[in-house]
Ligand binder design. Structure first.
Ligand code: ZN
Length: 278
């Protein structure tokens, strides 16, 4: 509903009274500000409307909230999540990306200064595994160089000396969820050209046709076309972009659900990976 109101005022001829600019200093409302520091706005990137109670019940369990938490619906699949203590909100932010029913929950800090409907949800931090890198290249510098092609690099999983030897290099990147996921990158190590495939840890539903997690409201036209022409073959993206091993800060929490961030019961009912249209 909020969307249609926002769209309309552009086209209206406003009266003088309507155009009076009401100047409001939000810093005067100290209480609202303080509460804002413990708030996140969460958009569940799903093609169906999410039930608030089911969403809250699942996430409280997965996040293992110690203080209280309130969920308020502030738009379609858009929730204001207000925590009681700073350690809960820090834990949730650290463990991103989260999923509900395998749909991405895109989280943004909320300071109360703009309307929730005007917030932009186009990025989410993800751990990207970079495979096929020579051991000599498994460093913070290389992780940053390659990672910057994907998005803002938040962290490279390396030791104190900046070295991350292992089966792959892990880089935490703020990924643009409205653009096709990068499947890898051609790199050259001292003149030796190699393909560095990416795998994404805890990757939620995304479109196998165009590789995008968050489509616009219209969904994917390309997917509909491809299906009618080729069935489910010939997709350029697939479940192979998901990392099989997914390290997670909360993985050792009893219950073992934290790493998956989804509702295991309803997941079991989902069909194949070809259903992955966000
Ligand atoms: Zn698509």
């Amino acid at each position: 509903m909020a969307d249609s109101i926002l769209e309309k005022w552009d086209k209206l001829k406003l009266t003088d009274a309507e155009q009076a600019e009401v100047l409001i200093d939000l810093s005067a409302d100290g209480i609202a500000f303080r509460r804002g520091t413990l708030c996140l706005l969460g958009l569940v990137v799903a093609d169906k409307v999410v039930n608030k109670e089911a969403f809250k019940a699942t996430m409280v369990q997965i996040w293992k909230i110690r203080g209280g938490v309130q969920f308020k619906g502030v738009g379609t699949n858009l929730f204001l999540i207000e925590f009681q203590n700073s350690s809960d909100i820090a834990k949730v932010k650290l463990g991103r990306p989260w999923q509900f029913d395998r749909n991405l929950i895109c989280l943004e800090d909320y300071n109360g200064l703009i309307a929730p409907g005007e917030m932009v949800f186009d990025k989410e931090p993800m751990w990207v595994q970079m495979h096929n890198i020579p051991l000599g290249g498994m460093t913070r510098r290389v992780g940053r160089n390659i990672g910057e092609l994907v998005g803002e690099v938040l962290e490279v999983d390396v030791d104190k000396e900046g070295v991350g030897w292992g089966p792959y290099l892990r880089v935490n990147i703020s990924v643009n969820i409205t653009k096709p996921l990068m499947r890898g990158v051609v790199s050259s190590f001292n003149g030796n050209r190699v393909w560095i495939p990416f795998k994404y840890e805890r990757l939620p539903f995304f479109c196998f046709s165009c590789g995008i997690i968050k489509h616009g409201a219209a969904g994917c036209e390309k997917m509909t076309q491809m299906r009618s022409m080729h069935g489910n073959e010939e997709f350029q993206y697939g479940a192979w972009l998901r990392a099989s091993y997914q390290k997670h800060p909360n993985r050792d929490v009893p219950g073992g659900l934290a790493g998956e961030g989804g509702n295991p019961v309803s997941n079991a009912g989902r069909k194949g990976d070809d259903e992955d249209v966000a």
